[in-house]
Write a protein that binds this ligand. Sequence first.
Ligand SMILES: [Ca+2]
Ligand SMILES: [Ca+2]
Ligand SMILES: [Ca+2]
Length: 225
Amino acid sequence: MVPSSARAPFAVPILVLGALLSTGCGLILDTDLQSDGGVSDARAPDGSPDSARLDGSRDATGSDGMVLDSLVMDSLGADAIADAPPTCTGLCGDVNQDGMLDVADERRVRELTAGAGANACELAAADVLLTGTITDADGHIVSALVEGRVSGGCAPCDLPCGDANGDGSLDLGDSTTITSFPVVADFCRYWAADTNGDGVVSSMDAELVTDFVLRGGVEPTCALR
Ligand SMILES: [Ca+2]
Ligand SMILES: [Ca+2]
Ligand SMILES: [Ca+2]
């Protein structure tokens, strides 16, 4: 007779195995757990079948007990997977995780920048500039993604603000680039070209660069990443 205190840790595994047997959810159990064609005599002195010996004890070889333990672990692992959050869509900017880029994502990213709670998938899709935080800059790029003005995103963006042509320096060449900015631009170039951080690349951004370079005006800061 095994003391009840020794059996207690196996109470849940017994229930799990019972459920597996009753629901037939993939694991096939039979009373001959060693698949040796018979019942293990050494472990069943009272003549009970192997499947009745779920108290964690081992026979001389320990084999059936090990099989039971691994099955219990597998079944618990399956439960953990079933409880895990759904797989992310992996689409950058798909903040609401419905597989599409549209105005609903623009709304959702604004909710996040306002402090709304979000799951890991939503945060990953909204962190377009990959800084670990969701800011207005991410919101601007999500809108640009939805409207087809940028490509890429959810990757490192190391350009300094204003370096729209990506040559490593801030000068009048950037002002020229901003003036003739492409209809569809790389997301990082877009962020750097939006020197006043209002979400749109326009002549005002070019003027800001020119004023800073030629006249020592206000240094462009872009939207906070
Ligand atoms: Ca979406
Ligand atoms: Ca530059
Ligand atoms: Ca702008």
